[in-house]
Design a protein around this ligand. Structure first.
Ligand code: GRF
Length: 196
């Protein structure tokens, strides 16, 4: 299975996929890594010799033209599956329509709880005793697509946002590697996950 992984930040989840994919037995390969900015996570691309592309959001007059260029880059690599992993932009509807359901996203909360850009911070602010990590199919909403995997994670009273986020990321990486494996070996059929 050919993967294009999109990041915006440090790419720790990307790193986990790259490590998993370097095992010859793992039936998926990261063919390219893209970002909406010059992401720190590109260091993992260099470490693993994976081509990268950057489509800076700020270089385009609007979301649609940015999205069209992102789609052109993604399509150029012939991705079977697009993995958003710490990618902090919303695609325009026509990009989602072109890629769905073969685009998945990881989120550091137990969706549908705490969607959006600050899932960990929001869980802490809500004072919950447990949160989670999720992998979903990307739809036109914010973290609102069909859930492919999710797992509960305890919240400790002493947790700071970064301590909790690190605990969540450990689970997120495992869920992501497993979900991509399930899709690659046909255990998980995305075509059944038609958008709600
Ligand atoms: C991940 O928890 C991702 O779900 C969220 O932001 C974090 C990015 O982490 N959107 P990294 O860039 O993979 O280290």
């Amino acid at each position: 299975l050919k993967l294009v992984v999109l990041i915006s930040g440090g790419g720790s989840n990307l790193r986990a996929l790259l490590e998993a994919a370097s095992d010859a037995e793992y039936p998926a390969r990261v063919v390219a890594i893209g970002a909406d900015r010059d992401a720190e996570g590109f260091e993992h691309a260099e470490a693993f010799g994976i081509p990268t592309f950057t489509v800076p959001f700020s270089s385009f007059p609007d979301r649609e033209s940015w999205g069209d260029e992102m789609l052109r880059q993604i399509t150029r690599w012939g991705a079977d599956l697009v993995v958003l992993s710490g990618f902090m932009r919303l695609f325009p509807p026509r990009v989602v329509a072109a890629l769905s359901p073969n685009m998945i996203n990881t989120h550091p909360a137990y969706l549908p709880e705490f969607p959006g850009a600050h899932g960990v911070r929001d869980a802490l602010a809500a004072g919950v005793t447990q949160t989670g990590a999720s992998v979903i199919v990307v739809d036109n909403g914010v973290d609102s697509g069909p859930i492919l995997a999710r797992e509960r994670i305890p919240v400790h009273p002493t947790d700071t946002e970064s301590v909790l986020h690190d605990r969540v990321k450990l689970v997120e990486r495992r869920l992501l590697v497993q979900t991509v494996l399930d899709i690659a070996n046909g255990t998980l059929d995305l075509t059944e996950k038609t958008l709600a």
